[in-house]
Design a protein around this ligand. Structure first.
Ligand code: NIG
Ligand code: FE
Length: 412
């Protein structure tokens, strides 16, 4: 049985290994192996190195070959650590309203926004919802995203949140990508809930969290901390209970107003995501913490507002990951590489910082230690881009897509 493969030669293999988790990175810190090969055994990387020497090392009785013609750059499979790709319907209407001058918050107050998607999501069966989620995951995978975090948050009742998490689980069983589910039941106060925000939080804390814990539907819990959603005091009992049950915490923080990132740090969240409204004080606090700052350039592009101060965070020694936030409202594009490339031009990020933000630093956000670099022992998740120079990838601002995507040692 040939359970091993040798792939190469690869013009440049960017390992992304042995780089610091925190702070700024320069491109000359990147380890680049020229004329490289990747030796895969089952779903893992057995070795990387010079193609010629690996060719001599492998046992050809057990190894099939994939000889590449032309130039390729290899990078770890991308990790999108913040998405909402499980949803029903569309919000094209909101998009045109925003471009006609209405704000995201005004649209939401008028009954559009998240509540609109909640109704369109509730209208779908778990199977129809899984089908939509699958289509999104497959598109992401074809663009090199091999691990995708996916949030609930458009169900907003105990049973509908469970339906969403079940749809994500069903999709995970079908797609080659790895989906990492998160519970975002505290996304907004549902309009049909009979009670106030505190009462809704009590409902999801007491009824929903124990069920998803018992059913192992996810191990991450998220909330939208914002004046229009929930303030820090309101969500605290939900996060406390989630921590007690052993969930990892992540927070939608400082998107339009501050407060969320401070709470995220105080409760020891794995990440604080958005941060478009973070000021000097918030960034400094975050940089001194172990909470990872996640920039979501897709939301800045989708809403036409400023970017997360990613440069500041890195320069002060913070940890930066970059994610797409793919959702039907604020970030409908769902193209991680394009968005990360655009963030780089506005925030002056090096190629190393961008690649780190969508590989090993994103893996750290999801507490995954088996991926994010091209190192022996890690999952064989990688992308081959049709170029001889890694700098071409961001230079083309997302238009160059990987020609081949490998997940768990198999080409997808
Ligand atoms: O990350 N900010 C809150 N939640 C999502 C948007 C959800 C929506 O508009 O449907 C976000 O931007
Ligand atoms: Fe989001």
């Amino acid at each position: 049985m040939k359970n091993q493969k040798l792939i190469g030669p690869i013009s440049q293999l960017i390992t992304m290994r042995a780089l610091p988790l925190r702070g700024a990175l320069s491109d000359d810190q990147l380890e680049i192996i020229p004329n490289a090969g990747i030796w895969i055994k089952n779903d893992k990387i057995e070795a990387i190195g010079s193609f010629e020497s690996l060719r001599k090392q492998v046992d050809w009785n057990y190894t099939s070959r994939k000889f590449l013609e032309g130039n390729y750059v290899a990078l770890p499979g991308f990790i999108d650590c913040h998405t909402h790709i499980c949803f029903g319907g569309s919000r094209a209407k909101d998009f045109t309203l925003r471009n006609a001058g209405k704000s995201y918050l005004e649209i939401s107050k008028a009954g559009g926004g998240i509540w609109d998607t909640v109704q369109q999501t509730r209208a779908l069966s778990v199977f129809a919802l899984a089908k939509k989620t699958f289509d999104h995951a497959q598109r992401h995978l074809s663009e090199g995203v091999t691990t995708i975090e996916v949030k609930s948050g458009y169900g907003l009742s105990v049973s509908e949140e469970i339906k969403m998490l079940s749809a994500i689980q069903k999709t995970n069983n079908r797609t080659a990508a790895d989906l990492i589910p998160s519970c975002l039941a505290a996304h907004a106060l549902p309009r049909d809930f009979e009670g106030n925000k505190t009462e809704y939080i009590r409902e999801i804390t007491e009824k929903l969290l124990p069920i998803i814990h018992k059913e192992k539907l996810c191990n991450r819990v998220d909330a939208f901390v914002e004046q229009s959603a929930f303030n820090p005091e309101e969500v605290l009992p939900y996060f406390k209970k989630a921590k007690e049950l052993g969930f990892d915490i992540t927070v939608h923080a400082d998107q339009f107003s501050t407060g969320g990132s401070k709470l995220a740090i105080e409760i020891g969240a794995a990440s604080a995501d958005h941060l478009e409204a973070s000021g000097k004080e918030e960034i400094q606090r975050l940089a001194q913490s172990n909470t990872i700052g996640v920039a979501l350039p897709g939301a800045s592009i989708g809403l036409g507002c400023g970017f997360t101060p990613a440069r500041q965070l890195l320069d002060q020694g913070g940890i930066l990951a970059i994610a797409s936030d793919w959702n039907p409202g604020s970030a409908p594009m769902g193209d991680l590489l394009t968005q990360a490339s655009i963030l780089a031009t506005f925030e002056k990020l090096t190629t190393a910082e961008v690649f780190a933000g969508i590989t090993f630093r994103a893996a750290a956000t999801l507490k995954l230690s088996d991926r994010g670099t091209l190192t022996p022992g890690q999952l064989a998740d990688f992308n081959l881009f049709p170029t001889s120079d890694y700098r071409e990838i961001l230079y083309q601002q997302g238009k160059m897509k990987p020609e081949m995507v490998w997940k768990n040692g198999k080409r997808v």
